[in-house]
Write a protein that binds this ligand. Sequence first.
Ligand code: 13P
Length: 254
Amino acid sequence: MEATREMTNRKLIAGNWKMNGSLSANEVLLKALLQGAQPACDVAVCVPAPYLAQARGLLADSSFALGAQDVSAHPQGAFTGEQSAAMLQDFGVRYAIVGHSERRQYHGETDDAVAAKAAAALSKGITPIVCVGETLAERDAGRTEEVVKRQLAAVIHVNGHCISEIVVAYEPVWAIGTGKTATPEQAQAVHAVLRAQLHHAASQHAAGIKILYGGSMNASNAAELLFQPDIDGGLIGGASLKAPDFLQIIAAAR
Ligand code: 13P
């Protein structure tokens, strides 16, 4: 099975800019990335919603995919401040992050809401990057496996018929923006749990579902994380805002 995975799974390196950027800074960053990258992997940048049009223009004719950081669970209507999957589709968005821990924490997103957002994305042909991950308190209490399995189970329950179309991102909350990366062994252990759960839900497709690691991935630790058998790429926050760092991570993904 490993051989099959290696043959079919190009790695995916996705930048999550979070709430950072400006018209001028985005242009400098994207031009530097396009000039410097010779990716042997898939690359995506998930930009703030107001910059989708700008990024789409700058990325036109490149191999980089455009991503959003969230998507509404609803198709349209009175949902002030939200963006529908159809709107994202209008801008050529290929990926939408759903269930990022910052949305779960600051916006009260439940497992069910995340599952509905994944469904909304899939309905418009947008690949949801479904984030799961435990807090430090949950890890210390030995609950890591239980938490990530519960989070993924909600998404599988609602999207089981097209579960092979999703991307999963394991992002331990304690590693996000803290400089404390999970060790390759810690990350691989959780990725193997998630892979087994996907295998249960979609046996013949599980090997092809990308499971990304996110949480203080940077130019110096990317290679050893990406070397792990069940780590199919990265979801990168801070380091995706610095062209030389993001380029090194892209180069490490082969
Ligand atoms: P950092 O890479 O800044 O730790 O952020 C990770 C993350 O949250 C990506 O979605």
